[in-house]
Design a protein around this ligand. Structure first.
Ligand SMILES: *Cc1c(COP(=O)(O)O)cnc(C)c1O
Length: 396
């Protein structure tokens, strides 16, 4: 059976050219970048070259890129730095949104326990924050604002340039978790007035366990990891040279192919949405246009997302669902609740995130298997039974 992988917001396959580049580094350029001998200096040059490539792809300068272990560390480092720096100036208020990734939300909760006050902006039915709400939320004591670039579950893209322009004018630092955006949509930290940005290689066909944070010149940052003087004293630990270079190659590849990939992905996405919307009592979650080119997120009334996923997996289809039963909680996704879906409906969600390797044949197979499986699950669903008998009302 052919594997159809459509969980690319979860992680992506490492591209062939990235593997080749990393293998060469691991076998031939394995030196420690802090060593003075020629192998060490080679490693240092590889790091410099990776830093330049990555900076160029996001419109930054090379000295504004700090390498980390991934998106979570970048988010932690940015938020904790901005918060503690704000506190020194008597600013202990933070603005964010209700549907951030847990790497942001859990860091904000830690800061709240330490006495910071956080305003969480709503995202409405379309899954997009409103600039007006942000304008009302900021105050004299606002230390910084953090709003994600694109949501990892429903793929909705936030008005980052507008927020950036407004905050730059107010002189309030602005961080964005761009883990789902980097390598997937056009992005320019200078044009969009972003002060700090998080990225992660494994979300754009690079290796896992490596990421970066962009820190605009002039913005202060503190290290989370203490030790050696790597990354200009900002992030201790021997650099993951192969991983970092792999990330640079992956991002260059994604950036060079962006227009071509976007066209292909949008065709896959839109065909899938069109076909799956024909299933009765289904809905698309999040704005139809302001969403990542590869993201489909839908709910089907009267079914359990987990059951659907497992049956899809039996047919070779690797997808994802918003509900978080796997994490031991019976609560549905905070993102789907944030866009106003009732618990019951939010439980019946399906996320399909394509990569450029997917084909229209994959879409045809997915559509036919999802249709068949939703129909089957409804025949054994007590909720669907009640909906049919009119004992409870349809919401979608
Ligand atoms: C995946 C993801 C992260 C975490 O990145 P890791 O590299 O897995 O730590 C953070 N934010 C968003 C939006 C993500 O999608």
């Amino acid at each position: 059976m052919k594997t159809i992988y459509v969980d690319n917001a979860g992680t992506t396959a490492v591209s062939k050219s990235v593997i080749d580049a990393m293998l060469t580094i691991m076998t031939e350029n394995f030196g420690n970048a802090s060593s003075l001998h020629f192998l060490g200096q080679q490693a240092k040059e590889i790091l410099n070259s990776a830093r330049e490539k990555i900076a160029k792809c996001i419109g930054a300068n090379a000295d504004e890129i700090i390498f980390t272990s991934g998106g979570s560390e970048s988010d932690n480092m940015a938020l904790i730095s901005l918060a503690y720096d704000g506190k020194k100036k008597g600013k202990t208020h933070i603005v964010s949104s209700v549907f951030e990734h847990h790497a942001i939300l859990h860091t904000l909760q830690k800061l709240e326990r330490e006495g910071f006050e956080v305003t969480y902006l709503p995202v409405y039915k379309n899954g997009i924050v409103k600039l007006d709400d942000l304008k009302k939320a900021v105050k004299d004591t606002t230390a910084f604002v953090t709003i994600m670039f694109a949501n990892n579950e429903i793929g909705t893209i936030q008005p980052i340039a507008e927020i950036g322009a407004y905050l730059r004018d107010k002189n309030i630092p602005f961080h964005t978790d761009a883990v789902q955006a980097v390598g997937h949509i056009k992005l320019d930290v200078k044009a969009q007035n972003i002060d700090m940005l998080s990225m992660s290689a494994h979300k754009f066909h690079g290796p896992k366990g490596v990421g970066a944070v962009y820190v605009r010149r002039g913005v202060r940052i503190n290290s989370l990891i203490l030790g050696g003087a790597q990354e200009r004293n900002l992030r201790a630990g021997t650099e993951n040279v192969a991983g970092i270079y792999g990330m640079a190659i992956a991002l260059e590849e994604a950036t060079n192919n962006l227009t071509k990939n976007t066209k292909h992905l949008k065709a896959l996405r839109d065909k899938t949405i069109k076909e799956l919307s024909k299933i009765e009592h289904s809905c698309l979650n999040g704005d139809a246009d302001k969403r990542l080119p590869n993201n489909v997120n839908m709910c089907f009334e009267g079914i359990e997302g987990e059951a659907l996923l497992l049956l899809l997996s039996d047919e070779g289809i690797c997808a994802s669902s918003g509900s978080a039963c796997t994490s031991g909680s019976l609560d549905p996704s905070h993102v789907l609740l944030a866009i106003g879906l009732p618990h019951d409906v939010a439980h019946g969600s399906l996320r399909l995130t394509f990569s450029e390797d997917n084909t229209m044949e994959d879409v045809d197979k997915i559509v036919s298997v999802v249709r068949k499986t939703v129909e089957y699950l409804r025949t054994i669903s007590p909720v669907w039974d009640k909906l049919k008998k009119g004992e409870i009302k349809h919401v979608i």
